[in-house]
Write a protein that binds this ligand. Structure first.
Ligand code: ADP
Ligand code: MG
Length: 340
């Protein structure tokens, strides 16, 4: 009914510096749904950092404390589909009514609404109704409201009414405790050395962290082999490689422009201002390094340049990083942010 997954509980959501604010805001909301200033509570952060888990945990906890409340979890994608179906069947009002009588509405991945003006419009009305009636809204997104694109201003401003709390990459200790908790729950023993190795090498995505451990357990039991550091190395490498392939040129441009605090439009613009040219060259350099795209394709995606410009950019970055300390630091910082 509520679509909540009881395994995604607060108990299983390990605390660390990376998630402390979001986690405690979630607990506060769960204690008094609709009765805090965290309305909406918007949880944002990168892929696999626990947004969906935390959103469920809040809902599960509310259901526990207030069984009479109606709590609904839904992805923005499913919400959109439902709305489109409702419009087709002339049920728009029923759709709105259904959502307006919910006590706690959890919408996951609201970035999906970008560009979908009809759904945004209906959500705006539902949101206002719920908010006015003291009902709780919980949202998750892969971006902070300021960075969301193609979402109507009036909706963005509603998103900012409450609290936006970020989930960041967990630090090493948190990664270790997440792994230990998972192993404990699955009743599997694993040498600390191996856990440390996995936690040290998979840094930016809890889902992959867990995936590597699951695959390690599976491999060892399937082949009746002991879990050794060598086996761990092979599996971690596979995961890290897979992650690398996922880096897109869009993502690289986003990371680079965020780093220099400029818009992607500025990064791609025709200007010859030095710091913008350098940012663009860095984006091209990282696109060459981390994607399989051709020079021509990189050029066309980063401000409609030709392949020679990209080649020149890569050479310039190579040169500058060996002669210019500041520039070398840019390359190192961005490499870290891309976590490749
Ligand atoms: P997102 O929605 O941000 O992409 P998920 O909520 O799906 O991420 O989390 C990915 C996986 O990582 C899930 O299995 C989740 O249980 C786990 N996870 C994330 N953060 C934590 C945490 N702090 N403690 C325990 N497990 C976590
Ligand atoms: Mg999710």
């Amino acid at each position: 009914e509520s679509q909540l997954n009881p395994n995604y509980s607060f108990e299983n959501f390990l605390e660390g510096d990376s998630n402390r604010l979001a986690r405690s805001a979630g607990l506060a909301v769960a204690a008094k749904p609709g009765g805090t200033s965290f309305n909406p509570l918007l949880i944002f952060g990168g892929v696999g950092l626990g947004k969906t888990h935390l959103a469920h945990a809040i809902g599960v906890d509310i259901k526990d404390k207030y069984p009479e409340k109606t709590v609904l979890y839904i992805s923005a994608e499913k919400f959109t589909q439902q709305y489109i179906d409702a419009v087709k069947k002339n049920n728009r009002n029923d759709f709105i009514h259904f959502y307006q009588i919910i006590d706690v509405l959890i919408i996951d991945d609201v970035q999906f609404l970008s560009g979908k003006t009809g759904t945004q419009d209906v959500f705006f009305h539902i949101f206002n109704h719920l908010h006015q009636n003291g009902k709780q809204v919980i949202l998750t997104s892969d971006k902070a409201p300021v960075d969301m694109q193609d979402i109507e201003q009036r909706l963005l401003s509603r998103f900012k009414w409450g609290l936006s709390a970020e989930l960041q990459n967990p630090d090493f200790e948190t990664r270790v405790s997440i792994l230990k908790n998972k192993l404990y729950r699955d009743g599997v023993e694993m040498p600390d050395e191996i856990i440390d190795y996995v936690a040290k090498n998979i840094k930016s995505n809890v889902r992959e962290l867990e995936g590597a451990i699951i695959s390690l357990i599976a491999q060892s039991s399937f082949n009746k082999k002991e879990i050794t550091i060598d086996l761990a190395r092979v599996i971690v490498e596979k995961f890290v490689k897979n992650t690398k392939r996922e880096v897109s040129i869009d993502y690289i441009q986003k990371v680079v422009s965020d780093y220099f605090q400029m818009d992607i439009d500025t990064l791609q613009s025709k200007t010859r201002k030095r710091h913008i040219v350098q940012a663009r060259q860095l984006a091209m350099f990282f696109a060459k390094k981390h994607t399989k795209a051709s020079l021509a394709s990189i050029g066309s995606q980063i401000g409609k340049r030709d392949h020679a410009t990209v080649l020149h950019a890569c050479k310039t970055v190579d040169n500058l990083s060996s002669t210019d300390k500041q520039f070398k630091k840019y390359v190192e910082d961005i490499t870290k942010k891309l976590s490749v």
